[in-house]
Write a new protein. Structure first.
Lengths: 148, 148
DNA sequence: TAAAACATGCAACATCATTGCAAATATATG
DNA sequence: CATATATTTGCAATGATGTTGCATGTTTTA
C-alpha cells in the first residue's frame, strides 16, 4: 500500500477500520478517506468518479455494504433510485445506527449534507404504530447557494 | 375497455383522470385502481406483479411518470434503490405536491404506508439554509404487525 | 364517423447491481 | 521474518432496472 494521505488522517482511518475488525486494504482506506474529506454524502457513482475508477465496481459495492453493516456509514433515502451514504459521525455500532439527524439536499448544487446537529423530531403516530428509526430529508437551497 | 370495477370506483377513477386532462386508457385505470384499493405505497415492481404483467414495463414507467407530473401520486424516498409511489390524497396540483405527510415502513410486513394525518414537523436549520420541502420516513412495526 | 391527438408495445440499448470463483493481498502463527 | 490461513479483490457472466425511437393501436375531438 502506498498512498499520499497525511499521517494523521491515515491513522484516523486505520483506527476506524481496526475498531470495526476490518482489514486494512487500499480500497477501504481510499473510500473512507473520501468520506472524511467530503462534507456531503456520496453515492456509489460519486465514489467511482472520485477514485477515477481505480477499483472495480463490485469492490465499491462490497465496501459500502461492509461500512453500512459496521456502522461506519449510513444510508440516506432518496427518490431517484440511488442510495446515498453519509459518514456516521457519532457512535454508531455494527447493525445499530444512530443517524437520527436531518439530511439536506440542495436543489441548486445538488449536494446532500448531513446536518449532524439537527436531530429528527419525534412525531405522534396513530395508535398501534411502533417507531424504531426515523429519517428526514429536507430539500431547498444550501448555505452556499442561497441566491433565492 | 372492459373491466370488473365497481361503478362508483370507476367513476372516481375517470373523474381523477379527466380532472388532470388525461385520456382514459385501460392501463391508467387499472393502475390508478391499484392505488385506490391499496393502503400502502407501490413500486414499479409491485404494479407489474399485481397487474400480472398485463402491461408493458414501459407503459407502467410512463404511467407512473405521468401520474407524478400531474400530482396524482407522489414519490417516497427509500434506501433500497427503488422508488415507491403513494396516492396523493389531498390537493396536489400538477408539478406542485403537498405530500408533506409522514411515511411509515414496517420492518415486518415491509409495507410502506402514507400517514396522511401526520404532517412532517418543521425543524430549525443552521443559518443560511432555506428549506422548500421536507420528507420523513419512519421505520418500525405497523398496526398489523405490532407483535413486539 | 373521420381526422387528429395521444398512448401503447416492441425492440434495442444503456445503466445498475449481484454472484461465483480464481488470483492477489492482508493478517496470524510459528 | 517467512509461511500458512483467512480475507479481499477483480473478472466474467448474468440478471434486474430504466430509457428511447418508432410503428401500431386507441382515445378524443370536431
Amino acid at each position: 500500500m502506498d498512498l499520499v494521505i497525511h499521517q494523521d488522517k491515515m491513522n484516523q482511518i486505520i483506527d476506524i477500520l481496526k475498531k470495526n475488525g476490518l482489514s486494512i486494504t487500499e480500497g477501504r482506506v481510499q473510500i473512507l478517506e473520501l468520506f472524511l474529506q467530503n462534507e456531503g454524502a456520496l453515492s456509489h457513482a460519486d465514489i467511482e468518479k472520485k477514485t477515477s475508477a481505480a477499483f472495480d465496481r463490485v469492490t465499491v459495492y462490497r465496501t459500502l455494504q461492509t461500512f453500512v453493516e459496521k456502522g461506519i456509514v449510513h444510508q440516506i433515502p432518496t427518490t431517484d433510485n440511488s442510495i446515498l451514504y453519509g459518514l456516521c459521525k457519532d457512535h454508531c455500532e455494527a447493525g445499530h445506527h444512530h443517524d437520527e439527524h436531518v439530511h439536506f439536499v440542495c436543489n441548486n448544487c445538488n449536494k446532500t449534507i448531513c446536518l449532524d446537529d439537527v436531530t429528527v423530531p419525534k412525531v405522534n403516530l396513530p395508535k398501534g404504530f411502533k417507531p424504531l428509526q426515523a429519517a428526514m430529508v429536507v430539500k431547498g437551497f444550501c448555505d452556499d447557494c442561497k441566491f433565492n
